[in-house]
Ligand binder design. Structure first.
Ligand code: 3HC
Length: 301
């Protein structure tokens, strides 16, 4: 069944090479997913060779884990590893048909990345962004070919979670959108078409849930009581455990984007701001004694 809003799949272009910009937490997981499911060359880039090597190393380690679980043969694992390479030079992206960026959540940085890529890639190469909350229309606006830009927002851990938000910018054309949906299907993800609005869909829900837990703490409820209230509904993780998975800086950035767009609905959390400034990974910390509230974070509140 064609997902709601997806154009005819006959418009989709074939993908025989993928580029990943960034080699951090999300980008390296994306490299693993694309190589495993599409089995085409995947090239990663980042701002220095050390980051690139770390990203490629992550993919190799994940392939080794599948090998150890018996889900890949030794030959299959070697073939996949050989498909993943890294390069500091964006000229190496010349043969890609689908590039996704997962760099720092900043509009100017992302615009610059796309503008640089345009100097090296074909006008038909799709430029996808894994942004959590920034405008796809604005990100594409200054490009020579804004019609090839599309939002392609994955969820951590990428290997496990099926949801994929596909976001159409004002100028995104049907070929790009059809290619995005066909790629999502090949990646075995459940793609949904979202409007190009701050936070799309999932991050509005997550930001609200995190915000309300923090408000409850601000108003005097103990951390563990506020955070555990939702687990009996069958959520796999509490909101504050999810904060550690997503990363406080990303959560704060999304919250700020949503606050700027909807000041009445999304209030910045002073507690979250304090966690980011203190460079903490979250409220909970995982020790030999299990999951405990970080005393330094508790003192910051
Ligand atoms: N990479 C690859 N595989 C992973 C993984 C990872 N990082 N984490 C877990 N897995 C796999 C395991 O290998 C295991 O696979 P197997 O059963 O085939 O061997 C399977 O997932 C289950 O793992 P575990 O038994 O270790 O763990 P749990 O059953 O406790 O599940 C969880 C862990 C999948 C993280 C689960 O707790 C969960 O789904 N949590 C919610 C995560 C969530 O909501 N993420 C969204 C974040 S928002 C976001 O990313 C958007 C951004 O814009 C902010």
């Amino acid at each position: 069944k064609r997902p709601a809003g997806a154009p005819d799949k006959s418009l989709a272009r074939k993908i025989s090479g993928v580029g990943i910009v960034g080699a951090g937490l999300m980008a390296s997981q994306l490299a693993m997913l694309f190589v495993k499911q599409l089995k085409v060359p995947v090239i990663l880039t980042d701002i220095d060779q050390e980051r690139i090597d770390k990203g490629v190393g992550y993919v190799h380690d994940e392939i080794d884990k599948l090998l150890a679980k018996g889900r890949l043969s030794p030959d299959g694992a070697n073939r996949l590893k050989a498909l993943v390479t890294g390069s500091l030079d964006k000229a190496a992206f010349a043969k890609t048909d689908f590039v996704i960026e997962a760099v720092f959540e900043n509009m100017d940085v992302k615009k610059k990345v796309f503008a640089e890529l345009e100097e090296h890639i074909s006008p038909e190469t799709v430029l996808a962004t894994n942004t959590s909350s920034l405008s796809i229309t604005e990100m594409a606006a200054d490009l020579e070919h804004p019609e090839r830009v599309v939002g392609f927002h994955f969820f951590n851990p990428v290997a496990v979670l099926p949801l994929l938000e596909v976001i159409k910018g004002e100028q995104t054309d049907d070929e790009t959108l059809a290619t995005a949906f066909a790629t999502a299907k090949a990646l075995k993800k459940s793609a949904v078409l979202c409007a190009d609005l701050p936070g799309f869909v999932f991050n509005r829900l997550l930001t609200r849930a995190l915000g309300e837990v923090m408000n409850a703490v601000d108003e005097g409820t103990p951390f563990d009581v506020a955070d555990n209230a939702i687990t009996e509904l069958g959520m796999p993780m509490t909101p504050l455990a999810l904060l550690a998975l997503v990363g406080p800086a990303v959560a704060l950035h999304t919250g700020e984007t949503l606050h700027a767009a909807y000041p009445e609905r999304f209030k910045p959390s002073p507690g979250l701001q304090a966690i980011v400034e203190a460079r903490k990974t979250g409220v909970w910390t995982w020790t030999d004694q299990g999951q405990v509230i970080d005393p330094e974070v508790a003192a910051l509140w």
